[in-house]
Write a protein that binds this ligand. Structure first.
Ligand SMILES: *Cc1c(COP(=O)(O)O)cnc(C)c1O
Length: 347
């Protein structure tokens, strides 16, 4: 077997959800967009539903399909991109709730799915998605006649608790939703950690469920192991990999593992990445190729069968730091080539 292996701990996932939910005095949903942050949306959604989640969030209507299949008809599935042209049949058949982003989407929804539930997305300052105050004022009356399921907005700087933008967006959200009966949602993972005055009636954490910052207390969910295909001896002066960027300074044992930048191990990590043999770090050598990476295993007592990319020592966020990115990007870049093994299936 030469495919790299992801081991996904669904009990840790459920535990992360429970611990975030305990912070909140109101409902806690779950964001499972981008295939459950790369971990497999069906398995993730099913486990979170078993743990008690009743409201799920995806980015695109298309992502609702896999989730509706495993959840059945009870739980709500909200769609951040709202109601796009051509979405009506899918929204209706899968029972998805679009989070309407504009007057144009509002009109499309009223025309094509007049009796179908919807939510409203407001822009409280991030300037990414949602209606700004004047547009909202223009459609507010129409929207409220049909009781939206949710009115939401999104924080731009919630991973920086001291950022003044947080309170500014919260104040604007309160202003824009004054006098409404509809349930409100503002907090993702970062917002949940800012405190209960950011939670409103429904929170929608994503990355913290999957073990990532800014949820410091998250349990790791992902373990990644890369099989060793071949081990060779390299003499001092010999080079390894494309471009001869690494030259052996001593007699070396070099393992070649079966994963590369096509598996989300960014090429920019060349000469920086370490892989782990249990508790022992081993430096990678030469450039990271598409499917292969060279690793210096000279100092190991035994020949390893596989080396870890993600484990207790090298978390998603540590790897992200080394790559100059964030845990979210590491998770969602892992890609389709890994064999996925799920631990813990729930109750
Ligand atoms: C991705 C996303 C979330 C989840 O964010 P995390 O930081 O992963 O918790 C919530 N709301 C919106 C609008 C999003 O785009």
């Amino acid at each position: 077997m030469s495919a790299p292996l992801l081991t996904l701990d669904l009990d840790a996932l459920a535990d992360n959800w429970r611990r975030l939910a305990q912070l909140s005095g109101s409902e806690t949903g779950a964001t499972v967009k981008a295939d459950g942050y790369g971990l497999g949306a069906s398995r993730v959604a099913r486990r979170l539903a078993e743990a008690g989640a009743r409201s799920f969030f995806v980015a695109l209507a298309e992502e609702g399909l896999a989730i509706r299949k495993v959840l059945g008809n009870g739980p709500r599935i909200f769609v951040f991109s709202g109601h796009m042209a051509g979405d009506a049949a899918m929204l209706r058949e899968l029972g998805l709730i679009p989070l309407i982003n504009s007057a144009e989407q509002m009109a499309r929804h009223a025309e094509t799915l007049p009796d179908h539930p919807f939510g409203i997305q407001l822009d409280s300052g991030m300037n990414r998605l949602g209606m700004e105050a004047p547009e909202w004022a223009a459609v507010r009356q129409i929207a409220l006649q049909t009781a939206p399921q949710l009115v939401m907005s999104h924080l731009a700087c919630a991973d920086e608790p001291a950022h003044e933008m947080n309170a500014r967006q919260r104040d604007r959200f309160i202003e824009m939703t004054a006098g409404l009966d509809a349930p409100r949602s503002l907090a993702a993972t970062g917002g949940m950690l800012l405190g209960r005055d950011y939670h409103f009636e429904l929170s929608r954490p994503g990355v913290g469920l999957y073990g990532g910052l800014p949820f410091e207390g998250a349990k790791p969910v992902v373990h990644a192991a890369l099989p060793v295909i071949q081990i060779r001896d390299v003499e001092p002066g010999e080079t390894v990999g494309y471009g001869n960027t690494w030259t052996a300074a001593r007699p070396s044992r070099i393992a070649t593992v079966a994963a590369g930048y096509a598996d989300g191990i960014h090429r920019a990590l060349s000469h920086k990445l370490q892989l782990w043999a249990g508790d022992t770090p081993c430096p990678t050598v030469g450039r990271i190729s598409m499917d292969l990476i060279g690793v210096d295993v000279t100092d190991l007592p035994d020949e390893p069968e596989a080396l870890d990319l993600l484990n207790a020592h090298q978390t998603v966020d540590k790897l992200a730091d080394a790559a100059g990115t964030i845990g979210y990007e590491i998770l969602t870049s892992l890609g389709a080539r890994y064999k996925r093994r799920y631990l813990g299936g729930g109750a």
